[in-house]
Design a protein around this ligand. Structure first.
Ligand SMILES: Cc1cc2nc3c(=O)[nH]c(=O)nc-3n(C[C@H](O)[C@H](O)[C@H](O)COP(=O)(O)OP(=O)(O)OC[C@H]3O[C@@H](n4cnc5c(N)ncnc54)[C@H](O)[C@@H]3O)c2cc1C
Length: 376
C-alpha cells in the first residue's frame, strides 16, 4: 500500500486528504499532520475580529475527521528530508512514498519593526481575537488598515477589513469621531480585476475611507504611534490593524526546498524538484495568489495524479490557476471576483456585483467544505 504523508491540514491538505479518501478509500494510507487541533477559515478571522461570531462557533476540530484511509495526527513537524521523503515530528518519524507539503505561509512580525509593540495583526486567530477585545475601546482617532509586505494571503481581505471596520464603527455610533486609512502596496485593491478594484475604490470613497495605494507599511514608531511607509511618509494612528509580512514556515526553509522564500513547483503537476514530493497552496510558488481556493485546486490536481499513478489511466490535465474569491463590501453585501492566473498571457479577473445570490453562495462555500472535510 502506498503511504501518502500530507503536511498541514489547511485548505490544501484537507481537500487532498478528502479527495484521496473519496476516490481510493483504504487503497492508500494517508497521514494528515497538523500541529493545531482545529481548522478555522481565513474569512472567519474577520468575523471574529468584528464580533460577528465567536471563535468557538467557527473552529472545526480535526477530531471530527472520519474518512477511510485517512489518519489525522496532531503533531508538530520539526524536520523534512525531501530527498528521503522522511518527516520528523515531535512524536516520531514518518516515511512517505508520496510527500505533500501544504504548510501554508507564516507571519514574520519582526520584519516590520514596531509592529509587535505598537500594532496589531488580524491575519492569525490570536491576532483577530485580540483586536476583538481592543475594538470596543476605539472610539475616536485614526485607524490604519496597513499591509506590511507582499505576497499576502487573500488579496481582497485588507479591503474587506477597511469596509467592515467602517460598518463596525458606524454601528458603535463613533464613526464620525474616527478616521480610517487603508495602505496597500498594490496600485489598485485587486490588480488582476480593474472592475473589482473600481468598485472597491468607489466603496472607500463613499464611506470616507482614505485609500493609500502603492505604498507598504515599513515600520511603526511605537514611541510616537506613527506608521512609516516605504517612501518615508509618516501616518499617525491610534489603532493599527496590520497584515504582517508573510514567509514560508521555518521548517520548510530549513529543509532546503525553498527558493526566493517559497517552494518552487512545476506549474502543471505541482511536483517539486524532488521526485514524489509535491507542494500545494500558500507554501508553493506557482504564479497564483495565496488563497484557499487555489490551494484546493492544486490539491485536486495532485490527488488526480496520485490516483492515475495507483490505478493507471490518464494523468490529469495541467493545474489551471483559476479560482473565485468572495469580497465583502460591508452592509451585508458580498461580491465575487473570478480570477484566472495561468491560462492566458496575463492574469484576468471578472467582477460579479454584490447580490443576495452571492451572499448565499459564500455561505454555501463554507458549509459545503464543513460537510465534506469534517462531516458537519
Ligand atoms: C483574513 C483572511 C481572509 C481570507 N479569506 C479567504 C477567502 O475568502 N477565500 C479564500 O480562498 N482564501 C481566503 N484566505 C486565504 C486562505 O486562508 C489561505 O490562503 C489558505 O488557508 C491557504 O491554504 P494552505 O493549505 O496553503 O495553508 P493553510 O490553510 O494555512 O494550512 C497550513 C497548515 O499547516 C499547519 N502547519 C504549519 N506549520 C506546521 C508545523 N511545523 N507542524 C505542523 N503543522 C504545521 C498549520 O497549522 C495549518 O493548519 C483568507 C486569509 C485570511 C488571513
Amino acid at each position: 500500500m502506498k503511504r501518502a504523508v500530507i503536511l498541514g491540514a489547511g485548505f490544501g491538505g484537507l481537500e487532498l486528504a478528502t479527495t484521496l479518501s473519496e476516490t481510493l478509500g483504504d487503497e492508500i494510507d494517508v497521514a494528515l499532520i497538523d500541529e493545531n487541533d482545529a481548522f478555522v477559515f481565513g474569512y472567519s478571522k474577520l468575523d471574529v475580529m468584528f464580533g460577528r461570531t465567536t471563535l468557538d462557533a467557527v473552529r472545526l476540530p480535526y477530531g471530527d475527521i472520519a474518512k477511510p484511509g485517512v489518519r489525522f495526527l496532531q503533531e508538530t513537524i520539526t524536520a523534512i528530508d525531501p530527498q528521503a521523503r522522511r518527516v520528523t515530528t515531535d512524536a516520531g518519524v514518518h516515511e512517505a512514498d508520496v510527500l505533500i507539503v501544504a504548510l501554508g505561509a507564516d507571519y514574520d512580525l519582526d520584519a516590520t519593526p514596531g509592529l509587535a509593540e505598537a500594532g496589531n495583526e488580524f491575519y492569525s486567530v490570536p491576532g483577530a481575537e485580540r483586536l476583538a477585545e481592543l475594538l470596543p475601546d476605539f472610539t475616536q482617532g485614526r485607524a490604519i488598515v496597513g499591509v506590511c509586505g507582499t505576497p499576502f494571503k487573500c488579496p481582497p481581505a485588507p479591503s474587506e477589513a477597511a469596509l467592515l471596520l467602517h460598518d463596525y464603527l458606524s454601528a458603535q455610533g463613533v464613526r464620525e469621531a474616527c478616521e480610517i486609512s487603508f495602505v496597500i502596496p498594490f496600485g489598485t485593491p485587486v490588480p488582476p480585476s480593474p472592475d473589482t478594484s473600481e468598485a472597491l475604490v468607489a466603496a472607500f470613497a463613499e464611506r470616507g475611507i482614505e485609500f493609500v495605494p502603492g505604498r507598504r507599511v515599513a515600520s511603526l514608531d511605537a514611541g510616537r504611534n506613527v506608521a512609516v511607509l516605504d517612501d518615508g511618509h509618516e501616518m499617525p494612528f491610534d489603532l493599527f490593524l496590520g497584515v504582517p509580512k508573510h514567509r514560508a514556515p521555518d521548517v520548510v526553509i530549513a529543509s532546503g526546498m525553498t527558493e526566493d522564500g517559497y517552494v518552487p513547483v512545476s506549474s502543471t503537476t505541482l511536483e517539486t524538484r524532488y521526485p514524489g514530493v509535491y507542494a500545494i497552496g500558500d507554501v508553493a510558488t506557482v504564479g497564483v495568489p495565496k488563497a484557499g481556493v487555489f490551494a484546493e485546486g492544486a490539491a485536486r490536481v495532485v490527488a488526480a495524479s496520485l490516483v492515475a499513478t495507483l490505478r493507471g489511466g490518464e494523468p490529469p490535465g495541467a493545474y489551471g490557476g483559476r479560482g473565485s474569491c468572495y469580497v465583502e463590501f460591508g452592509g451585508g453585501r458580498v461580491g465575487r471576483v473570478d480570477v484566472d492566473f495561468l491560462s492566458g498571457p496575463k492574469p484576468t479577473g471578472i467582477f460579479r456585483e454584490p447580490s443576495a445570490t452571492l451572499v448565499a453562495e459564500k455561505e454555501h462555500f463554507g458549509s459545503s467544505r464543513r460537510a465534506r472535510w469534517f462531516g458537519r
